[in-house]
Write a protein that binds this ligand. Structure first.
Ligand code: SAM
Length: 316
């Protein structure tokens, strides 16, 4: 028998079990493949490109924070849905002081912790929290909560919170109440407008190709809900999970309620073109492509800094 306090009971009534455990067990069972194996995958270049985008967004946000502070300002970050720690090197490069890693998948988080502990010369402290961030208030679990955060990053994970309105609200509360005034939240989510447009062009139920597939349920209503508009996303060797559409305008409105103001919202294509205007980004991309074409080639020592940065993408 379980004894529940009234608050716990009302939380359970508001938030049924849902898909969290399916998602957690999917990611927990996902094999941690090495670089050699990943480089054989058909989505290898797409993953590199996603990593490049994440890195661009993260370094841009850290720059915005640093612009307003003194040089050695100790930046504190929360990585929501951090997974196996794919962004740890980005935080290292960004020279942050403390990282809070949170994820619903216990095994992934354990792998993230091991990765942190075995990464050479790591310069920031870290804490690790297993939690469904759409149902649990992290404030009560986070050591860094008193100091408050400069940045919350949620890469390829925020859309899981749109399973229901209470879950999206809890996620936004976790972001808003832990951020300092003037802090930033950055996220990457599937483009709902693009998904709908492709769906309509393909008969309204599913679309994809041999490496990815998006499939909506047969009984999807004609007027789908703003929260809980579920589809299954399959991506070869990486994802096979229920996900939820996030309409950018709905997110913007709900985020306003949690005192988060939209700074920018861009498609990957736009971001890519914007980024290419910077010579640093151009150089990094060209080094990455050289590495991708000739993975074992030893690049000239002058570009060593960029080479190791590019290697970091490849090893994620
Ligand atoms: N952010 C990492 C990255 O970019 O490499 C991992 C992205 S992976 C596609 C999505 C992650 O979100 C998984 O690790 C999954 O366990 C996590 N996740 C999904 N739902 C979650 C929830 N309700 N609370 C916390 N984490 C969640």
């Amino acid at each position: 028998m379980q004894i529940l306090n009234p608050q716990k009971l009302s939380e359970m009534m508001l938030m049924p079990e849902g898909h969290g455990s399916t998602v957690a067990s999917f990611y927990n069972n996902l094999e941690n493949k090495g670089l050699q194996e990943r480089s054989q995958s058909r989505i290898y270049y797409m993953r590199n490109s996603n990593n490049w985008i994440k890195s661009y967004i993260i370094s841009h946000c850290l720059e915005l924070i640093r612009d307003r502070q003194v040089d050695d300002y100790p930046i504190i970050v929360l990585d929501l849905g951090c997974g196996k720690g794919g962004d740890l090197r980005k935080w290292q490069k960004g020279n942050i002081r403390h990282l809070v890693c949170a994820d619903i998948a216990e095994t992934s988080l354990q792998q993230c912790k091991e990765r942190y502990e075995t990464t050479r010369n790591i310069r920031f402290s870290a804490e690790f929290i297993v939690a469904d961030c759409t149902k649990t208030r992290l404030k009560n679990k986070m050591k860094a909560a008193e100091k408050k955060l400069d940045l919350v990053s949620c890469q390829f994970a925020f859309h899981y919170s749109f399973e229901s309105l209470p879950q999206a609200e809890t996620m936004l509360q976790n972001i808003s109440e832990n951020l300092k005034r003037g802090g930033y939240f950055c996220t990457t989510i599937p483009n709902a407008n693009e998904i709908m447009s492709r769906l309509m062009k393909n008969g309204g139920k599913s679309f994809g190709n041999e490496v990815y597939r998006i499939e909506f349920p047969e009984d999807r209503p004609d007027n789908p809900p703003l929260f809980g508009d579920q589809y299954n996303f399959f991506l070869e060797g990486v994802v096979d999970c229920p996900e939820f559409l996030v309409h950018p305008k709905t997110l913007e409105k709900l985020a306003e309620k949690w005192n988060l103001e939209l700074v920018w919202c861009k498609s990957f294509a736009t971001l890519y073109n914007d980024a290419l205007k910077s010579s640093d980004a151009q150089r990094l991309l060209s080094v990455m492509y050289a590495l991708e074409t000739y993975p074992s080639r030893n690049l000239v020592t002058e570009t060593d800094g960029e080479y190791s940065h590019a290697q970091q993408y490849l090893s994620n």
